[in-house]
Design a protein around this ligand. Structure first.
Ligand code: MLT
Length: 391
């Protein structure tokens, strides 16, 4: 037996597990201190009523002989795929339901999709980046190259024709920086991928936060993307499914074999998302569901506004927050991002995510999320303002 030695090239633990461990240690030795978590992008509002009702009635169906269901289609039920197809059609994107694959979330699919690609491919990721893109490729032993996302390019790097890559990751609205590509910006990546026969893995997990319809929600709103891109999306951030688990991946048939390969992979290694959960996800697209999730998204948007206002008053430079639940701020006093993490945790018990955890260009930056409760967000920002003052 030989181990996959690529694992020894990974950092010892996944970023968010590492942070959780540090916070738990602090909490054990300071049991009287109230910690406010604005670190991992986990939602706090409950599932909306339309979703809960759909889940309940699906559970009832499962308890009755005539409506009970066993194994479902691995790639998802047509009722949910049709709801997604209609959602895309509103954005002038025509999908065939066989191009839509339901899964337990974008994170799993972003990792699993790599089964379809040879280990010899070169991977291009922006730096800073959601660590899953990097870690899953390290596990496979692929060569990874980085493209700089930084203040100079507003954290929206453009393709460089001199760089040759086969698999390209793009996340917009971006995790961690909150930056959003314009249609022109994405078009450059699509043209680059088409001309170099590369594939773009487009993470659209935060698309629901976009309120400016000039900005693309889906890469398929860009001409030519159907020939070079796979898109991943999730109900986690859109509709509070972080614990309920449901997402979807679009693999266009115009990508040739990839659509059939993904079907083959999923039917072999995956048994589908529970019927009950898929009914809940379907309800996200119902008229009531859409209204209710907008109410929740607005709540998080207002939290982002509270954080942004505080940072502005403190004179701290930041990015994101407008069309994203993430606020990416510059650590004051040239502090390193982990020092700033420790500083906030020990002085005001506010947890964020150190930018360095997302890559070397994240050093000196810090990520806060707007997914906290209103009360905690206000309290965290009060403590922050008192500690940091005016820079
Ligand atoms: C994050 O905080 O970056 C996200 O919650 C991680 C995820 O969605 O897996």
């Amino acid at each position: 037996m030989k181990l996959n030695e690529n694992y020894s090239n990974l950092k010892e633990s996944y970023l968010f597990s590492n942070i959780a461990k540090k916070v738990n240690e602090f909490s054990t030795s300071n049991p009287d201190k109230k910690i406010i978590r604005l670190g991992i992008g986990d939602v706090t509002l409950p599932l909306c009523k339309a979703v809960v009702n759909a889940i309940k009635s699906a559970a009832d169906e499962m308890g009755v002989q005539s409506t009970f269901r066993g194994y479902g289609p691995e790639q998802g039920y047509d009722f949910l795929k049709n709801a997604i197809k209609n959602y895309y059609a509103e954005k002038q994107v025509e999908l065939d339901i066989d191009e839509i694959f339901i899964s337990d979330g974008a994170k799993s699919d972003l990792g699993n999709i790599l089964d379809l690609f040879d280990k010899e491919n070169t991977v291009l990721v922006p730096d800073p980046v959601y660590p899953v893109y990097v870690d899953t490729n390290i596990m496979d032993g692929r060569k990874i190259i980085y493209i700089n996302a930084n203040e100079e390019n507003d954290f929206l790097p453009e393709p460089d024709k001199n760089i040759k890559a086969d698999i390209i990751y793009i996340c917009s609205p971006n995790n961690p920086t909150g930056a959003v590509y314009s249609k022109d910006g994405l078009k450059k990546w699509v043209d680059y991928a088409v001309s170099s026969n590369a594939i773009i893995l487009f993470d659209a997990a935060y698309e629901a936060f976009i309120t400016n319809e000039e900005l693309p929600h889906s890469i398929y709103q860009i001409d030519g993307a159907e020939n070079c891109a796979i898109e991943f999306c999730s109900f986690s951030k859109t509709a509070g499914f972080t614990g309920t688990r449901c997402g979807y991946t679009i693999v266009p048939k115009s990508l040739g074999k990839l659509n059939k390969m993904w079907l083959r992979r999923q039917t072999t290694k995956f048994n589908g998302v529970p019927y009950i959960v898929q009914r809940g996800a379907e309800a996200v697209f119902s008229p009531e569901g859409r209204k209710e999730i907008q109410t929740n998204l607005n709540y998080y948007r207002e939290n982002a506004g509270i954080i942004a206002d505080t940072l502005t008053r403190c004179g701290i430079k930041f990015f994101g927050g407008k069309y994203s639940p993430y606020i990416w701020l510059k650590c004051p006093d040239n502090m390193s991002s982990w020092d700033f993490f420790d500083y906030l945790l020990s002085n005001i018990q506010v947890v964020g995510t150190p930018g360095e955890g997302f890559g070397k260009n994240g050093e000196g930056f810090f990520r806060l999320t707007s997914f906290g409760s209103r009360e905690n967000t206000i309290e965290a920002m009060k403590r922050f303002e008192t500690l940091i003052g005016i820079q």
